[in-house]
Design a protein around this ligand. Structure first.
Ligand SMILES: [Zn+2]
Length: 736
């Protein structure tokens, strides 16, 4: 390759004889620095402008109390600029030398200008590379438009090759040329330095490899199954193809439906058609899933718990991952911002790779990093993570693709050793604001729709943070707005479906598919303007149970597939997996294993579902009930500097918030909903599910013989935390 760059050898020999290259390093550094100083100033201006546009209590706090922190963060960014200037000048110097050697007018300013121009070109090229590697970082969609046009002139089969040549091989060749030039120029000294660097790098790699090998050999034999739970936040069970759901559009890619991969997996798995989450909120539900406890037992009742509550929950629980770890399992939680709760509640997992924005300082630090676009561009890598450990957990850096890549990398790593693994892979794909990437975002929508929900739901932070009439605001949507929200949600499901595909493919490729139990599920469902509801999850039990109903597709290699309509609950998952892995279940678990239903040793039986609402972003109206007063989010919460700047509910609201929760109990045929009123009384409504799945007709006054046992069971659950079975509720059999 060096020979293919003949002018380099010419320019090399001349300056080398005099010991100096045509372009001095300091002059090149000056040119690169001019370019980077401009970038730094632009970033600061960008940050100042965006801060002025925001207007809620939190942005005021940021300005008033955290100015020092923000200035410090911006100063820290300078380290990255200095590194970039030095590395950039080192790599650019050979090319500047080559050009300057050919220019008649020899002057330092020529070198500076030339270095500036090449830095500018290299930076533009780096941005263009995002088209291929990380399109979600692109400032706007028009970047790289000419490249897309250029590709259109080539046959589709050539695109991959051209992309590899242009985005991967080309920069590597340039870097190799620059490095060789720098080494050769220093002759023996250069080669010795290179040899030392290679030796050190080899030694570091070797030590890491030996350590990994030791860890693997320490692990017990993998007779036990691997377990992988793949989830997506707000994934509704009834919105998958396997549940009979068909999207409105069926043209082109939409013809395969919203979940072709999950449907295929379900066809060779045990499909639990009726699985419920005890609470429609991620942190609390995720904790229940892993600890087999109801929220009132582990103590996390809403998404903004204070330090005391979190520590108490950690004391009170025995997560499945802790038990499996003791048995030699590799345990990992891998996810994006929806899995951020693992930063708060690690739930026994040893390796946690998730992003986070529930922490006020991370939130602001992230805004700073994103404004300095050189960071996502050049430091979204191992060096960057060393320099700024916080960016590893930034929401904008961790997209579903990043999650999938991390899972793939980890699968490749574990494939070689004998250690069984238990991983929770959790995506934000289907969470509000229902934003998927293309082609999913356009796959199911009405292309002629012109309104606010064009490709996602426009999430208005100010409405969520400072208003209490969210239900009315959401209810104002038109039928076409509602249809569009549902269509963008379908696209999100399809994007998740492809994530599942990539993971299943990787399991297979690494030879792990025959010994891995795969579960596809969610943390709760969602209300998508279903009858009697608006948007959101975890706010109420009006209408149907779509916000509590999650998929539970359990693939056990070698086990015959079947569909099971009887109810299971997320709190039953840990006991089931413990049974399947041969681990003893602790006494503080409240769920019941359904492992016997899977291997056929036990006949399925209907179980009761008990649920409660989460943080009240709104209090859905119940006819005839005056509900307790509701305060806006930015009034009820604050951040706690002594608790890592987490958002927490103020202590005075903790109790009232629990008292005001709606609760629900579902048996095989009936649903009862308890709605607390302002005067301290409780209202109970009952609904007959087979004839009224959307809970539109309250039969409390006409069916007192059904109301009484359901009411006493739900009351016992609320007040005494006692779960009555269906047989206990209806000793003579449940009336249909
Ligand atoms: Zn969630």
């Amino acid at each position: 390759m060096l020979q293919a760059f003949p002018p380099l050898s010419q320019s090399d020999t001349a300056p080398l004889s005099s010991g100096k290259p045509a372009a001095r390093f300091l002059h090149v550094l000056a040119g690169v620095s001019v370019f980077l100083i401009y970038q730094y100033i632009t970033a600061i201006l960008r940050l100042t402008n965006s801060a002025q546009e925001m207007d809620n209590k939190f942005s005021t706090i940021a300005r008033d109390e955290f100015m020092g922190f923000l200035i410090g963060q911006n100063a820290l960014m300078l380290i990255a600029y200095v590194i970039l200037a030095l590395v950039g000048a080192f790599l650019i110097q050979p090319f500047v030398s080559w050009i300057v050697a050919r220019v008649k007018w020899k002057h330092a300013l020529i070198v500076v200008f030339c270095a500036w121009a090449i830095a500018w070109w290299a930076h533009s090229y780096s941005i263009l590379r995002l088209v291929d590697s990380r399109p979600y970082f692109l400032p706007d969609a028009s970047v790289g438009g000419w490249y897309a046009e250029f590709l259109r002139f080539l046959p589709a089969s050539a695109h991959r090759g051209v992309n590899i040549a242009f985005f991967k091989v080309f920069p590597l060749v340039l870097i190799a040329i620059a490095l060789l030039w720098q080494v050769q120029r220093r002759r023996l000294r250069g080669w010795i330095t290179l040899a030392v660097i290679v030796l050190i790098a080899g030694a570091v790699y070797g030590v890491g490899h030996v350590q990994a090998g030791n860890a693997a050999s320490k692990a017990k034999s993998s007779a036990r199954p691997n377990i992988m739970i793949i989830g997506s936040d707000s994934l509704r069970a009834d919105r998958l193809g396997v549940a009979g759901y068909r999207p409105k559009r069926s043209d082109g890619a939409a013809a395969a439906g919203v979940s072709p991969v999950i449907d295929e997996l379900a066809s060779r798995s045990i499909n639990f058609q009726t699985c419920y989450s005890p609470i429609g909120s991620t942190l609390e539900s995720g904790t229940s899933l892993m600890t087999s406890q109801y929220p009132h037992t582990h103590g996390l009742r809403h998404m903004f718990p204070n330090q005391k509550t979190v520590e108490a929950a950690q004391q009170r629980t025995t997560p499945l991952a802790t038990l499996l770890r003791e048995q030699g399992y590799d345990t990992a939680a891998i996810g994006d911002w929806c899995a951020g709760y693992y930063q708060l509640m690690p739930l026994g997992f040893e390796h946690i790779s998730v992003s986070n924005f529930d922490n006020f300082k991370v939130y602001m630090s992230q805004a700073v990093v994103m404004a300095h676009s050189i960071i996502p561009l050049y430091f979204d890598n191992a060096v960057g993570y060393q320099l700024y450990p916080q960016i590893n957990s930034f929401a904008s850096f961790v997209t579903p693709d990043v999650v999938t890549n991390r899972v793939r990398d980890r699968l490749e790593k574990v494939a070689g050793n004998d250690q069984p693994f238990f991983w929770h892979v959790f995506y934000s794909c289907t969470h509000l604001p229902y934003q998927s990437k293309e082609p999913y975002a356009s796959m199911f929508i009405d292309p002629n729709y012109e309104g606010p929900n064009k490709k996602a739901f426009p999430f208005d932070v100010d409405s969520f943070a400072s208003k209490t009439n969210l239900e009315e605001i959401l209810a104002a949507a038109s039928p076409s707005d509602i249809a569009q929200v549902n269509a963008v949600y379908d696209g999100c499901v399809r994007q998740f479906d492809d994530c599942v595909k990539d993971i299943l493919d990787s399991l297979k490729k690494n030879g792990l598919d025959k010994n891995t139990i795969v579960i596809v599920t969610g943390d709760h469902g969602d209300d998508l303007y279903d009858p009697g509801t608006t948007l959101l999850h975890g706010q109420g039990f009006n209408g149907g149970l779509q916000a509590s109903h999650v998929p539970m597709i359990v693939h056990v290699p070698g086990t015959a597939p079947k569909a099971i309509p009887e109810t299971v609950r997320l709190i039953d998952v840990a006991p089931t997996l413990a049974d399947m892995a041969g681990v003893k279940k602790p006494a503080n678990w409240e769920g019941k294993s359904f492992a016997g239903w899977i291997d056929g040793s036990e006949a399925p039986q209907w179980r009761p579902f008990y649920g409660e609402t989460g943080f009240p972003f709104m209090q859905p109206k119940v006819p005839g009930i005056k509900r307790p007063p509701l305060y806006p989010l930015d009034e009820m919460t604050t951040y706690d500097p002594s608790f890592n700047y987490q958002f927490v509910v103020k202590p005075e609201y903790d109790g009232p918030l629990v008292t005001a929760k709606q609760r629900c109990l579902r048996t095989q045929y009936w649903k009862i909903v308890c709605t607390p009123a302002e005067d301290g009384s409780r209202h109970f409504g009952i609904f007959h599910l087979p004839s009224d799945p959307h809970g539109r007709t309250d039969l409390a006054s006409t069916r007192p013989e059904i109301l009484a046992p359901l009411q006493s069971a739900l009351t016992r659950w609320i007040d005494d935390h006692h779960e009555s079975s269906i047989a206990e509720i209806f000793p003579n059999g449940e009336p249909q």
